[in-house]
Design a protein around this ligand. Structure first.
Ligand code: ZN
Length: 122
């Protein structure tokens, strides 16, 4: 292996590490999204329940208002489904990405034999 090849290989690995880090950040953000959506969903469901309950108690009907809540709940559920299906794709990348060199603590490829930063045998 000549020096150019070696340098290209190291550059490729550095690119991959940057991409992997991006995925990890993205995954963390998605978990926050899911938590936010779940709490919004629970709140909308609670509000709808309370509304229907008080309408029934007072013998009133407000189909438009009820419909608004139902729309909102359906929307949140749709968003949750979207986020959840995106999440599955990134999990494999995440699992593959994080391995640190035992010597210099840089992130290295899962299957790397030598650290591209310090040359430590892994
Ligand atoms: Zn190293």
């Amino acid at each position: 292996m000549d020096w150019n090849q070696l340098r290209n290989a190291a550059a490729n690995m550095a690119d991959k590490v940057v991409n992997a880090t991006g995925e990890v950040v993205e995954k963390g953000k998605k978990q926050v999204d899911i938590l936010n959506l779940e709490s919004r969903l629970a709140r909308a469901q609670r509000q709808l329940g309370a509304l229907v309950y008080s309408l029934a108690q007072n013998g009133e009907q407000q189909p438009d208002l009820v419909e608004q809540y139902i729309q909102e709940i359906a929307e949140i559920e749709q968003q949750l489904n979207d986020v959840a299906s995106e999440k599955k794709e990134t999990v494999t990348v995440f699992a593959k990405a994080v391995r640190l060199c035992s010597h210099c603590k840089e992130k290295v490829e899962e299957d790397a034999v030598y650290c591209p930063y310090c040359g430590q045998k892994l």
